[in-house]
Write a protein that binds this ligand. Structure first.
Ligand SMILES: NC(=O)c1ccc[n+]([C@@H]2O[C@H](COP(=O)([O-])OP(=O)(O)OC[C@H]3O[C@@H](n4cnc5c(N)ncnc54)[C@H](OP(=O)(O)O)[C@@H]3O)[C@@H](O)[C@H]2O)c1
Length: 458
């Protein structure tokens, strides 16, 4: 942990002359900040105000004070630079203030150089100012990230996690202002650190505006239908595939440092000849022709999108990591929409005559978003990660649920399906990923469905 500079440090480093030090101190104190040596950001506010005052002074006295002004501004910028080094310790308010100061300084100096180009030589303020503003931009960007499809089930949890870690989040949504994103606005830290951008995956410019200024992008958005879609090419494949290409192209243009692409195990194991006796790892890919033949358009869209994403990374050098979750369960944050995977569990609770005894590979949404953040922070050379925690047959899952919640209806009959596969998340676990018990996931899911009024028949 770096130490916050004391007021004496500022002075001893000769970052301030008596006049500007006095001015900053005066403003700091007059704002009620009497512990200026402990709160770096209060200094930023002081600098901002003193800077404005200096500009006013300059206007008042005319151009003959230019040289003195230049020195004063340089000192202010040096102070800002020191603050920037302590960027991580500052609150969002402080960071924004810092950014405002630099932008104001740049605007001011641009105007100066237009008015008096002779006084803004190559060694003058312009150079320092550019260097410092670049530094600020980098520090800002290090904490700004974008989440596509922010209002969805998985993305909402990711936004929540990122906000809790102090990130500035740019979330893309298709209908800002709609009630379906209200849960996002209620998240802790959302009022200061979350901005929702209107963006459609098929509209490149809208995606680029949301991504600009971000160090990392989490591409989560993709259509996840719960029923058969009438026009899979338009409703599913294009947004998933072309949408992903648009996001990656925008990341390249905006010089994003890392992209985490949320794929699916359906891009791994939908294959007629997949070996049942082997552990399935990240080297497996779903068979796209087989997906087409069986009209499994969701799996086709995820496989094609992930293949293209990893190929794009290879061709362009963009840093892309993909994560392939299994069926995602867990509590829902959104209240006016129900995502497809939560419906799988709620249907089981509501019962019915006959269900297929399918294998369910399950991961908790909270463990998934931990994994997404983990692979953003560290990953091995190979850029694909299976994210699965539990493997269980539908009948056994029902029995488990019955033992906790005996009063729901549940299916009365199961037909056998030979689809058992072992998926390995060993690679992710090597990075330190941990997951909770299936019981915890089931209980928290059911309780949240109850709260949202999703389970009518108990
Ligand atoms: N849930 C699972 O079991 C599971 C398993 C494996 C992988 N995944 C992957 O995880 C991701 C999130 O899934 P989820 O369960 O959270 O689904 P979800 O709740 O249905 O969220 C999907 C999101 O995608 C956005 N979206 C869809 N089409 C879009 C378009 N054309 N432009 C912009 N945004 C668009 C939606 O935005 P709007 O809010 O604007 O409608 C929505 O927020 C998906 O990539 C999915 O394939 C999910």
């Amino acid at each position: 942990m770096k130490e916050t500079p004391t007021w004496t440090d500022w002075k001893e480093n000769q970052l301030l002359d008596e006049k500007s030090a006095g001015l900053c101190m005066f403003i700091g104190v007059s704002q009620g900040v009497n512990q200026i040596d402990q709160v770096a950001e209060s200094l930023v506010f002081s600098i901002l105000i003193s800077f404005v005052m200096v500009c006013l002074l300059r206007l008042h006295r005319g151009m003959n004070r230019q040289r003195q002004m230049q020195g004063l501004i340089l000192k202010c910028l040096k102070l800002i630079e020191l603050c920037t080094e302590r960027f991580d310790e500052m609150s969002m308010k402080g960071r924004v203030a810092l950014n405002v100061v630099v932008l104001e300084a740049m605007r001011f100096w641009k105007k100066q150089s237009e008015m008096r180009p002779d006084r803004c030589g190559p060694n003058g303020l312009q150079k320092d100012e550019r260097r410092i503003s670049e530094k600020v931009k980098i520090s800002m960007a290090a904490k700004a990230v974008c989440v596509t499809g922010a209002g969805g089930f998985v993305a909402s949890w990711l936004v929540k996690l990122l906000l809790s870690k102090g990130y500035t989040v740019h979330g893309t949504v298709r209908q800002p202002g709609s009630g379906k994103y209200e849960h996002l606005l209620k998240l802790d830290g959302a009022s200061e650190n979350l901005t929702l951008f209107r963006a459609d995956l098929l509209n490149y410019d809208s995606i680029l505006s949301a991504i600009a200024g971000c160090a990392a992008v989490f591409h989560v958005a993709s259509p996840v239908p719960s029923t058969v879609v009438p026009n899979p090419q338009v409703e599913l494949i294009e947004p998933a595939v072309q949408g992903t290409t648009n996001v990656l192209q925008a990341c390249l243009e905006a010089k994003v440092q890392r992209v985490v692409f949320v794929s699916s195990v359906s891009a791994i194991c939908i294959c007629p000849n997949i070996p049942k006796d082997k552990v399935i790892d990240e080297s497996y890919w779903s068979d796209k022709d087989y997906c087409k033949k069986t009209q499994n358009w969701y799996c086709y869209s995820k496989t094609e999108a992930e293949e293209r994403a990893l190929d794009f990374a290879k061709r362009t050098g963009l840093d892309v990591v993909s994560i392939c979750p299994s069926l995602v369960l867990g509590p829902i944050l959104q209240s006016t929409t129900v995502n497809a995977s939560s419906l799988v569990l709620s249907k089981l609770l509501k019962g019915g005559d006959s269900f297929e005894n399918k294998t369910r590979w399950i991961v908790d949404v909270r463990d998934l978003v931990d994994a997404i953040l983990l692979v953003n922070e560290k990953h091995e050379e190979e850029r694909r990660y299976i994210c699965n925690a539990h493997t269980i047959k539908a009948r056994d899952l029902t029995e488990k649920l019955k033992s906790i919640y005996p009063s729901y209806k549940y299916p009365s009959n199961f037909t056998e399906v030979d689809d058992y596969l072992r998926l390995s998340s060993e690679k992710l676990e090597r990075l330190g990923w941990k997951y909770r018990s299936l019981e915890e996931t089931l209980i928290d899911s059911v309780e949240s469905y109850r709260e949202a009024g999703l389970l009518q028949s108990e």
